[in-house]
Design a protein around this ligand. Structure first.
Ligand code: DAH
Length: 355
């Protein structure tokens, strides 16, 4: 009988060893230590054995049962740990992955995309990008740009004033990005090549004007800069934006802070500048003119340099050109958007079309 118990022990140890999972182990426990197990039966039947066998069978049987129990117990712990490790590894989730179904990722607003494109082009031409305050002093917005107080050109750019009892009509939302010409020159000695993209404000609202809109200002100052440089710069910029075949033209105009002043147009990229489409009909984009008006420009007025003479801008030794245009207008032309207000309604059905 004792021999049989030792056989059971060997068999049970082998089974416990081979168990690869908690359920295998439970099966072995039931088979070798359960109520119907052979060893359990032997121990239960000790009283029926001849007296000389009771002692050895009882002690061997109990010893084996205890050994098997503790073997199972330690193996259970090991298996549980291994299974936990395994499920931790297998069920690991990467919370940074997109959900299921993946959520659509938003994209950059068409005005921002257009601004960045213009910045890229101008950085390529050696310009630095600067930003300036949207809440501006009357001095920078008008006075230092050669609009003396009471100058009628101020009326064209009626804006929103920020008032308190002391500063009535001295602080305003800038009507253009041009004030940064003066601010930039105050703190940078010539030569200076910079652009200023940013928000501007006017008392205007219709399909092509909004009270808040974006402009890009450009300023180049150094020795010997001429109107020809302005033309070449605008041409290089507009060819990058509207295509390599574009031409530009400049028409005489007036701005207080440039002399001479021009407005500049780009040749129409839909009809190629002819004003007519292939079927002979009138081009709708340029309205048959062949040119699309884009912005204002000119040679920096010596009076403007006068406001920054201390920073090294002596009108006898430096000249410069400046230009300014609207970002919305460029985006509307490039994307065929007819109403500027659509850019600011923030209807995703509209914005999604420009990813
Ligand atoms: N600031 C002008 C406007 O908003 C545009 C402009 C015209 C900018 C001529 C310039 C310039 O730099 O030289 O209407």
């Amino acid at each position: 009988m004792v021999e049989r118990i030792e056989e059971i022990e060997a068999e049970a140890k082998a089974a416990i060893d081979a168990a690869g999972s908690a359920s295998d182990l439970e099966e072995a426990r039931v088979r070798y230590l359960g109520r119907k197990a052979e060893l359990t039966g032997i121990l239960r039947g000790i009283a029926d054995l001849p007296p000389d066998q009771r002692g050895p069978v009882g002690s061997t049987g109990n010893k084996v049962r205890k050994a098997l129990e503790s073997l199972i117990e330690s193996k259970v712990d090991g298996l549980k740990n291994a299974e936990l490790e395994k499920s931790l590894a297998e069920d690991r989730i990467d919370v940074t992955l997109p959900g299921s179904p993946a959520r659509a990722v938003g994209h950059i607003h068409p005005i921002t995309r257009t601004r960045r494109m213009i910045e890229d082009v101008m950085i390529g031409l050696g310009y630095q990008v600067m930003e300036g305050p949207e809440v501006e002093h009357d001095y920078y917005n008008f006075t230092a740009l050669n609009h003396p107080e009471g100058h009628p050109a101020r009326m064209l750019q009626d804006t929103f004033y920020v008032e308190d009892d002391e500063h009535v009509e001295e602080v305003l939302l800038r009507t253009h990005t041009s004030p940064m010409q003066v601010r930039a020159m105050e703190v940078n000695r010539p030569p200076l090549f910079m652009i200023v993209p940013g928000k501007t404000y006017r008392r205007d609202s219709d399909a092509t004007h909004s009270p808040m809109f974006h402009q890009v200002e450009g300023l180049a100052v150094g020795e010997g800069i001429t109107l020809a440089d302005l033309k070449g710069t605008l041409l290089a910029m507009l060819r990058e934006i509207f295509g390599p075949d574009r031409q530009i033209r400049m028409r005489p105009h007036f701005f207080p802070f440039t002399e001479p002043s021009v407005e500049f147009d780009v040749s129409c990229f839909r009809c190629g500048g002819s004003g007519a489409l292939e079927d002979g009909s009138r081009c709708g984009l340029c309205k048959g003119i062949g040119w699309i008006e884009l912005g204002g420009a000119g040679m920096v007025d010596p009076n403007v340099f006068g406001f920054v003479a201390e920073a090294g801008y002596d009108p006898d030794s430096v000249t410069g050109f400046a230009f300014g245009f609207g970002i919305e207008r460029i985006a509307m032309l490039r994307h065929g958007v007819g109403d500027l207000r659509l850019f600011f309604d923030n209807d995703v059905r509209m914005l999604e079309q420009f990813s």
